[in-house]
Ligand binder design. Sequence first.
Ligand code: SIN
Length: 369
Amino acid sequence: MALNTRPLHPLFGAEILGVDVTRVDDATFAEIVAAFNEHSVLLFRGQSLTDEQQIAFSERFGPLEVTIRSINSQPRTLPQIADLANVDAEGQIIPKGDRRNLFNAGNQMWHTDSSFKRVPALASLLSGREVPPQGGETQWASMRVAWARLSPELQAQLEGKVAIHSFAYSRGLVGGDLLPPEHAAQVPPVPQAMVRVNPANGRKGYYVASHACEIVGMPTAEARLLIRELLERATRPDLVYTHRWRVGDLVMWDNRCMLHRGRPWDESRYRRVMHRTTVAGEGPTAPHLPDAVVCPASEDDLAWCRAQLEMAIGEEALEPSRPASESPEGAQSPAAAARSPRPSRRPPAPQSARRPARPARRRASPPSA
Ligand code: SIN
């Protein structure tokens, strides 16, 4: 049976019609894998899944990651389920400005799942269990599409380069106390190849994310400018697919080449419960570096983060709630990091080498189109 599909975006993504993911035979599954490699994002509507059913379908793509321990860890969910919800273990809406929501708001920066792990994720499957009537969309953008639009010179510049990805760095941009030392210790900075090839079809894409904070052999400020430029090139509005969730939607995507981010919603008013399973990748993308060094965030880095976070919370919620001296390595409070950067092995680039910071937005923007 040939899969019945319809495009989600002119450049990537497909809705798979007429498939119940709890009843997929091997021949259909092989077509879904082919569609995944071709389209990078697949939408299955009308899948009202239990966690066990979601895990069973996801495991057909490969072994699943277990979620790292965080301030959002919920005893109620299985370890293979990342519970991205603004409700607590008792099912109550988490109050506005709570650091658990702030932690989840880090997903509103463009990223690719688990690029901060030595073996980054192959695929993620996100199931809409409870969705707000407005806002709370998820957006995707393709680094494969963006790669094809780079000049040959820039492509050549990226080939063979390795970036350092750090979860402590990226969550530290959002808030200084979101990753206590025992949690940061689970995710030390890791190297990732900046150009990746899908072995199924040979198609290349570049590979960056909000977690990327250094490029091996390049001064930090220059590296961060390049990373931002690559993110911005990939996420131009006309290159982005915005998904408005319905309960029962299951979206899976290829983390090797896709960026994604969640969008804000009125989180003190509406429940949003999303369950994600994450299929582990096949292996590391870059050789091990024994001591990857991550320089603290600069004022520019913080302004860039804030410009991305169009969150339904006040700016006061982004302020550090404890002194930087108590923060773990790499998760130093962003404001403090910008005021008094820790010594690093690489001197920061002069201010003149940096792009001017964009103005921070203080309040939530309307739901994105
Ligand atoms: C994620 O970043 O994996 C989830 C994004 C979302 O909550 O829409």
